[in-house]
Design a protein around this ligand. Structure first.
Ligand code: AMP
Ligand code: GLY
Length: 418
């Protein structure tokens, strides 16, 4: 099977890496890709938001499956355009991707499906904003309604900061604060059958100790030894299946990856958000543990055949990933800095630790790999337990050079200590 992956982050590098290890994959393409995907997949320049252009590329390459990584192309209808060309696409329609594209729409689906989530108000005027902030009290949770790459959410004790963020949004959702640890649970679905993957935890704040601004995610680990072993079954029954059923009932079935961002609160599991695609950086650790070949599984979802698929197989042990971010990420990341140490990791740490590229490219003139985005690398490692995986990940991180970069030093630290 020939496969085309759309996107250019560490998630896409992780997808390409897993697909490249699948014996059923005869050719692998990535558009636009990055310096890391280029090692395992052929890169193609394309405007990822242009559905007809992506469909044309897929047709000209003769691929049997297109995997759309990021949310923006999904919300723009790229999976629809590919399917309209008669090519299987892993990823929801623009209609179904609204579950991520609009927080208000996600709340509406959850209400209709009886899925537990934070109580919330959608506000349109300053008076409504003040009323909602007063109703919930601190800590305030204020969310831009539209896509914001994980950066549209402000959680603060400060009413003025909350109010200012709310006023800066076109449409804003203000909601109840959820306490308790967060879990990311992914499920692959063909619109009917729902197959949950292994849960992971992401670290959203920029700095150690969960300080600093929200980011797209600074690191992740899986599995979650502290989680109730029944968690996945419970979330499948109370969150994932009802949501997939509700979207199908509305005539907008969701095929692809449904990502539930959950809070395990003192009053039970609550949905913080849905995403319509693989999470980044959680994908890096979940796919590191998946033994089942990826291409056939994603194709089964894309073609409505998940029901007959054998159960997923998982590796024993654990995986940890640490994101190396550019100078001043997430505010105004600097690009164009050379990345060093990649060959050392490949020589000394592989296959237990490896570097997945996010914002990188090869400098045409010098041939060097340079930074080209906010999150630059996602250093991923596996081990028989979280302590070993974590040690390997940080050993590899220490070999990488990127001027002005920062990374968290506490990814999976507390859980590894037990
Ligand atoms: P979101 O983009 O909705 O995932 O929000 C980004 C991050 O903000 C989440 O991962 C949480 O850490 C935090 N957050 C969002 N909603 C809530 C909430 N209702 N209560 C507490 N924290 C929240
Ligand atoms: N890691 C959070 C996300 O992918 O949205």
């Amino acid at each position: 099977m020939k496969v085309l992956v759309i996107g250019s982050g560490a998630r896409e590098h992780a997808l390409c890496r897993s697909l490249s290890l699948d014996p059923d994959v005869s050719a692998l393409h990535c558009a636009p890709g990055n310096a890391g995907t280029a090692e395992v997949a052929q890169s193609h320049a394309v405007d990822v938001l242009d559905g007809p252009a992506v469909a044309e590329l897929a047709a000209s390459l003769g691929v049997g499956l297109v995997v759309v990584g990021p949310e923006a192309p999904l919300v723009a209808g790229v999976a629809d355009a590919v399917r309209a060309r008669g090519i299987p696409a892993f990823g929801p329609s623009a209609e179904a991707a609204r579950i991520e594209g609009s927080k208000a729409f996600a709340k509406e689906i959850m209400a209709a499906a009886g899925v537990p989530t934070a109580r919330s108000y959608v506000c349109h005027t300053p008076a409504e904003i003040d009323a909602a902030l007063d109703a919930f009290g601190p800590p305030y949770v204020v969310k831009d309604d539209g896509l914001a790459a994980g950066k549209g959410v402000v959680v603060t004790e400060d009413a003025e900061v909350a109010r200012a963020h709310a006023l800066s949004c076109q449409r804003v959702v203000i909601e109840e604060y959820l306490d308790g640890p967060e879990v990311s649970l992914f499920a692959v679905t063909d619109g009917e059958t729902v197959v949950p993957l292994q849960p992971a935890q992401d670290f959203k704040r920029a700095y150690d100790g969960d300080e600093g601004p929200n980011t797209g995610g600074m690191g992740a680990y899986s599995p979650l030894p502290w989680a109730d072993p029944k968690l996945v079954d419970e979330v499948l029954a109370t969150v994932l299946q009802p949501t997939v059923d509700e979207l199908r009932r509305r005539g907008t079935p969701f095929t692809g990856l449904l990502y539930a961002g959950l809070a395990i609160t003192s009053r039970g599991v609550r949905v913080i958000e849905f995403n319509a695609r693989f999470g980044d950086p959680e994908t890096q650790v979940v796919l590191a543990r998946l033994k089942t070949p990826l291409a056939g599984f994603l194709l089964a979802a894309a073609t409505g055949r998940l029901d007959g698929e054998p159960a997923l197989r998982w590796r024993e042990g654990a995986a940890v990933t640490v994101v190396i971010a550019a100078h001043d990420y997430p505010a105004t990341p600097r690009t164009g800095d050379p990345v060093t140490g990649l060959a050392e990791v490949a020589e000394q740490d592989a296959p237990d630790a490896y570097v997945l590229h996010a914002g990188t490219k090869r400098d045409e003139a010098t041939g060097e790999i340079v930074s080209a985005g906010g999150r630059v690398l996602s250093v991923t490692a596996t081990g028989s337990d979280l302590t070993k995986a974590r040690a390997r990940a940080y050993r590899a991180v220490a070999r990488i050079g990127l001027e002005g970069s920062h990374h968290r030093t506490d990814i999976a630290a507390r859980v590894a200590e037990g």
